[in-house]
Design a protein around this ligand. Structure first.
Ligand SMILES: O=C(O)c1cccc(C(=O)CC[C@H]2O[C@@H](n3cnc4c(=O)[nH]cnc43)[C@H](O)[C@@H]2O)c1
Length: 202
């Protein structure tokens, strides 16, 4: 069985397209964000034969300055950050409201030889010191944020399909400063990892 590679945008996966075509490995470009991802992946899983696993790849922002830009990491768990309620200056998670689950986990089949970190998934990228401080107080264990990861873990959990999420850090989570982002470095490192993983496992 083959894996399904899932990325939000074509530019995040383009260096690996020749290898994926050579090995006839399918690739799904979902569009940015949780809604686009849940729709595209849900439809793909409903229509397609069974996959060995889903491999979600993309760039991400890091809350931790200890992770150099360009680092490639595996996401162990991912939380729908905004899913919950505001309570004055505090936020309550969906679990704390007693309304369901907001955190989903990787379920890898193959060994992924990368450092593992917890992530959150957001609709709106953090770019304000006060909202970043609130997020870090609520989730001190979280190192990264993306805009799709939890939706991929969620869809795969519903289908009982193994899923890994690998992200390369393109920027720090801070007041928005796109000039300091290292998108090209992150995409190069991410795709070097992906091609090695595919060659070793498929
Ligand atoms: O121009 C901007 O301000 C801007 C803000 C967020 C993302 C982008 C992108 O072009 C990348 C889209 C893609 O990248 C992931 N990503 C990258 N960095 C972050 C982040 O700091 N927080 C959340 N997501 C991030 C995300 O998964 C998107 O799919 C441009």
């Amino acid at each position: 069985m083959k894996p399904l590679i899932v990325a939000a945008t074509p530019f995040e996966i383009s260096p690996s397209i020749p290898l994926l075509e050579e090995l006839d490995i399918p690739c799904l470009i979902t569009g940015v964000g949780m809604t686009a991802t849940a729709y595209a992946l849900g439809k793909a899983l409903a229509l397609a034969p069974t996959y060995a696993e889903v491999i979600n790849v993309g760039i991400a922002g890091s809350f931790s300055r200890e992770l150099p830009l360009g680092s490639v990491v595996s996401i162990s768990q991912d939380t729908f950050y905004e899913l919950g309620a505001e309570d004055g200056n505090n936020v309550l998670s969906i679990e704390e409201l007693g309304l369901g689950k907001g955190t989903y986990f990787t379920s890898s089949r193959k060994a992924v030889d990368l450092p593992k970190y917890a992530a959150i998934t957001v609709n709106r990228v953090h770019g304000n010191e006060a909202s970043i401080a609130l997020c870090q107080a609520k989730f001190p264990h979280v190192a990264l944020e993306s805009m799709e990861g939890a939706a991929v873990f969620y869809a795969c959990a519903q289908e009982e399909l193994p899923c890994i999420q690998v992200r390369a850090i393109s920027n720090y989570v801070e007041q928005r400063d796109k000039s300091s982002w290292k998108i090209d470095l992150a995409i190069t490192n991410l795709n070097n990892w992906l091609q090695k993983f595919i060659r070793e496992n498929y």
